[in-house]
Structures are given as C-alpha cells and as structure tokens.
Design a protein around this ligand. Structure first.
Ligand code: ADP
Ligand code: MG
Length: 459
C-alpha cells in the first residue's frame, strides 16, 4: 500500500501515508453487480429505476443528465473553517454527485469522434481511463457517504482517479497527431478545447475534496480539527486565499531557466515590475501552469533571437474590485476571441462574486515577436514553430512533435514543441473568468497580457 500511495499526484505527496493505508481496502472488495444509478435523482412523481450491470450501459443515461453549474462558492463552502466531520462528509457527497455525470459526458464526447480516431491506441487509452474511472465511482452511487470510513475510502478512489488522468495531455497530443490525416486541426482544437476545459473542472472538484481531506494533521480528528491547517494557513482546499503572483513568477522562472540552460546553454533573466506585493485568491496549480508556459515561450524567443542579455519584463498590476472602478476598465481585445464559450459555460466555475479582486500580469520579451504567417495559428492545439531537426519545415503540425511528446510523457521537460502552451493556458485563465491576449511587435518582441480574476470573497 506504500506503492499505492506514492502514486498520488505531487500536491498530496506529503500526505500522512499510514493514515490512508490503514483503510486501504478498495471498494472492489464489496462489488455491486447491479448499481442503481438513478437512486439520487428520484423524483416523487417519477420513479426512474435504472440498473446497470456494466459501466458501458450507464454512460448514455448519465451523459443525458445536465451538468451541475459549478460555482466557486460550491468549492469553498465545504472548506470554510471549522472543517468538521459533517462538512467533510457533505463535501464527499457533493463531489460524488458531480463526478460520474462529468465523466460520462467526456466518454460520450470521445465516442462521438470519428471511429478511426477513437481506434487510435492513444485516444483509446484515454477513453479506457475514463471508462475505468467511471467504473470505480459507480459502486458509490445510490448510497450515502455517511461515515468517515466511507469518506476515507472514497478519497482513495478520488486520489486514484486524479492519478489515472495525470498524463492525459501528452497521450492525447500524440493520438491526435497520429490521426491528423483523418481529422482537421480545427476539429481537433474544438474537441480539445471542450475536453481539456471540462477536465480542468473535474480535476478541480476531485482535488478540492482530497485537499480538504488532508487539510488536517496526520492525527486527523475531523470532529475537532479546524481548517486551514497549520502547515498551509490561508488555504481552503486547493485555493490559496493570499497567492502572491510575484513568488510564482520567481519559482517558475528558476525552473524554466534551468530548462533553457539544458537546451541552449544560457539562462535568460527576468525582472518583476509593478506591484510585486499583490496577492489574490486563486488556485496555485493553475497559475503555475500558465506562468511556466508563458515564460517558456518568452525565454525561448529571447534566446533564439539572440537577446539573452535583455531580461524578460514581468509587470504585475493588481486589479481593484470592479465596484471600486469608476472609469471603464481597459478591455484587452488583441487576440482572436476564444472558441465559442457557450458550450462550455455550464462547465465553468463562476467567480464567487463579480467584485473579486484580480490581477493582470504582462510578460514582455524582446524575442523578435511573432510573424504574421504564424500569428493566426498560435491558439491551435498542436501548432508549434519549434523543431529539433533543422530540415523540418517550421510551423507545421509536424512529426517532430512526436519526439517532444515522448520526452514529455517520460517526465522530461522541454522548452517547447507540443503546441499546447498557449491554448491550454488560455483555457486555465478563462476558467475563472480571466483571459490571455498576445500582442506581437514583429521584429522586436511580444507582450502577453494575462488577466486573472480572483476567486472572490472568502470569509
Ligand atoms: P509551443 O511553445 O509548444 O510551440 P505554444 O502554444 O506555447 O506552443 O506556442 C505556439 C507558437 O506561438 C510557438 O511555437 C511560437 O511560434 C509562438 N509564440 C508563442 N509565444 C511567443 C513569444 N513570446 N515570442 C515569439 N513567438 C511566440
Ligand atoms: Mg510554448
């Protein structure tokens, strides 16, 4: 069971291992052949009684259930101190009420891809992961998580779910690259934009419960233990209520400079301007992802343009609550609008309130900008101008990406090449109502504006 625990994803690595392992009996120990999926949704007039013997059969029914429109209030409300046993149980029940439907929607979307695409071994692997995760949750449906033993086992299932889907992105990237004869880049981008945005929400819901579970000491006594826990003051689950972007920039900058040193033998520099003391409430994992990708792009361009001596300039500007703004705030409309958000909106976590303070971060490099031929493609998944071999035509959805993907899936980190950095960063930024805009001064450099809305008032 130690091995089992070491597979937990990074944020939870310092989890009290023995604590979980003691209860490590999996739900498969009491298999339920027949699962009444409809139990929770029974209405007084309408008695659905749908039983399924296999996960497969549950999908169409679950996928027809509407997605609950998540709000950040939902995520935060179970984590407000004091976190007692009842709050933890209701968080678990809430999580369980959302996840099977969310997974089924993803499975259905994968099934709707052209058959030849779903038959690709990589896409199939992702499909099977979803089927597997759903099958681990189905035995929990139709029963109530009513004691802490259940909660512990359920949290284990969640941890395994999060872990199962960790490597989704390089695998999907490879799969779609291999299928590029059968599906257009536009279709791929449409699918991935929806899929990866939904994935952000699903992981967030699962990770939030796991984090709440662990926001207690190793000697966890949820009936008395208050949150936030002493090691992580200011956290509510995965949300840091006082996240300082300048610190994120510095730690991600160090990491990306290391990669540059390995790739190019130079360490680009950066400076932080504006208001480095700014803090706001946000999910640190999301900010780290975005900043890392934007710095990779800026550093790569800087080095390749022979400007390693010109530091990348990062300016941090706090945004006052919108109620405090008397003039119209500047609207950034430099990039093409993100793909129609209508379809995703119901998947989106809404800011807790519209007056949540946010932050705008500008990343300015002297990397030569983006040429007009490249610019229209930068938001497409898989589009990259990075090439490891000299004879590969740049700007294509190239085979060269396959070698980068191999590096990525074996845990290595490369400076560029998947072509997922910008579109996925934008998906993260837009999740809480922010955005990303790119302005290129061709021949000189690039400005990237990252605007983030805080997750709102948290008492
Ligand atoms: P990748 O970095 O893997 O190529 P991205 O989505 O991060 O994928 O970026 C797509 C492309 O946009 C890059 O290949 C590059 O051509 C261009 N690009 C992005 N950021 C910059 C920048 N700061 N300066 C110059 N070009 C950039
Ligand atoms: Mg990139």
């Amino acid at each position: 069971s130690t091995a089992r625990l070491s597979r937990l994803s990074t944020p939870f690595r310092n989890v009290p291992g023995r604590y979980l392992a003691r209860r490590a009996s999996s739900t498969s120990q009491n298999p339920k052949k027949e699962t009444s999926v409809a139990h929770h949704h029974r209405s007084p007039t309408h008695h659905h009684h749908v039983s399924y013997s296999e996960t497969d059969d549950a999908v169409p029914w679950l996928a027809k259930q509407p997605l609950h429109r998540l709000s950040l209030a939902d995520l935060v409300k179970h984590g407000r101190p004091p976190l007692n046993a009842e709050a933890l149980l209701s968080s678990a029940r809430f999580t369980l009420s959302l996840l099977p439907i969310r997974l089924a929607h993803r499975i259905q979307a994968l099934r709707n891809l052209p058959y030849i695409v779903v038959s690709n071994p990589n896409i199939r692997k992702i499909y099977n992961n979803y089927q597997h995760s759903l099958s681990t949750l189905l035995p929990w449906q139709g029963r109530t998580i009513s004691n802490l033993e259940d909660e512990i086992r359920f949290t284990e299932v969640l941890a395994e779910l999060v872990n199962t889907h960790t490597d989704t992105i390089p695998i999907l990237a490879r799969g779609f690259l291999e299928c590029r004869k059968y599906i257009s880049p536009a279709e791929v981008t449409r699918f991935l934009d929806h899929h990866l945005r939904a994935r952000i929400g699903t992981r967030l819901v699962a990770e939030q419960h796991i984090a709440l579970h662990y926001s207690s000491s190793p000697h966890f006594d949820p009936s008395s233990s208050p949150t936030p826990c002493p090691e992580n003051p200011g956290y509510i689950g995965v949300i840091d209520t006082a996240l300082r972007p300048a610190s994120t920039v510095d730690s991600c900058g160090t990491f990306v400079a290391d990669i540059c040193e390995l790739n190019y033998g130079v360490r680009p520099e950066w400076t932080i301007k504006g208001s480095p003391e700014t803090t706001f409430a946000f999910v640190p994992m999301h900010l780290e992802y975005i900043i890392t990708e934007l710095l990779k792009n800026a550093f790569r361009a800087t080095v390749e343009n022979g400007q390693s001596k010109s530091p990348v300039e990062i300016t941090i500007a706090p945004e006052p609550p919108s109620s405090a703004v008397t003039t119209t705030p500047p609207v950034i409309t430099l990039s093409p609008p993100s793909v129609s958000l209508g379809a995703f909106n119901k998947d989106h976590i809404q800011p807790l309130d519209d007056n949540a303070p946010g932050v705008t971060i500008r990343i300015r490099d002297r990397g030569g900008g983006i040429s007009p031929e490249v610019l229209p493609h930068i938001w497409s998944y898989s589009f990259t101008t990075f090439s490891e071999s000299e004879d590969d035509p740049p700007g294509a959805w190239s085979d060269d990406a396959l070698s980068v993907i191999s590096a990525a899936s074996s845990g290595g980190s490369s400076i560029a090449g998947l072509g997922y950095g910008l579109p996925l960063s934008r998906a993260y930024a837009e999740y809480f109502g922010g955005g990303i805009a790119v302005q290129s001064l061709h021949g000189w450099g690039t400005d990237v504006y990252l605007r983030l809305k805080g997750v709102g008032r948290i008492e």
